[in-house]
Design a protein. Structure first.
Length: 226
């Protein structure tokens, strides 16, 4: 069995922390100017990924830096499609200059969670990605309708599980506004990563870079998966 371990990157000012995260992952989802990130952080993160052989992905979100893209925004489908494509293209300019390529796209935060339950938003994201490169892979919540929307558009998908987040009974992620939404114990997170891998719905597993103890969590998850 092969499973990908991913982390949302290029979101934090702490370069040493992000370098430590990069040691334990196989894919990096790089913020591209919507909820976080600028040309300097994108270049720094891409260089780290290239040094360590980590796959590069774009991580577009609602263009809302004040709320870190974690609050739903009232945007029309066309606006979502446009901002997703523009953010990916912004990262691509950096990636190409460094001689690399973007191989996947993962929506960020509230945009991701809204797309789980809102087919129109999922479709808008899909159109934004397809307008840039219809052959890339989209990461989305394993077992959720968003993946079916994208498959129906002819896009490649990878089901994603979360080692550091608790789930609701319906398979969605518990809101960060609720207590217990985060799993911060490395062994508990590693056990969840292993369970998600064995269930077979997730091809990639995420640990968020800003989760407390993220480096230790990633290290434990990697060891468990290996």
């Amino acid at each position: 069995m092969t499973i990908d371990l991913n982390c949302d990157m290029g979101e934090l000012e702490d370069a040493q922390h992000e370098a430590a995260l990069m040691e334990h992952i196989s894919s990096a989802n790089i913020a591209c100017g919507g909820h976080a990130g600028d040309e300097a952080t994108m270049e720094r993160t891409v260089r780290l990924a290239l040094e360590r052989g980590v796959a590069i992905g774009a991580h577009p979100g609602y263009p809302d830096r004040a709320n870190f893209g974690r609050v739903e925004m009232p945007m029309a489908a066309g606006e979502i499609e446009r901002t997703v494509r523009e953010q990916i293209e912004r990262l691509e300019a950096v990636v190409r200059r460094l001689g690399a390529a973007i191989v996947h796209v993962k929506p960020h935060g509230a945009l991701y969670n809204v797309a789980v339950r809102n087919a129109e938003v999922a479709r808008a994201i899909g159109h934004g990605v397809a307008g840039w490169n219809p052959h890339t892979t989209l990461f989305g919540l394993a077992g959720s309708p968003m993946l079916e929307v994208w498959r129906g558009m002819g896009l490649a998908v990878a089901g994603e599980g979360f080692a550091d987040r608790r789930y609701e009974p319906d398979g969605t992620l518990r809101s960060r506004r609720l207590p217990g939404a985060l799993i911060t114990d490395p062994q508990e997170a590693a056990a969840q990563a292993l369970r998600l891998a064995r269930e077979g719905n997730a091809q990639t597993i995420c640990v968020h870079g800003d989760t407390p103890g993220a480096v230790a969590i990633l290290k434990a998850c990697r060891q468990a998966l290996l």
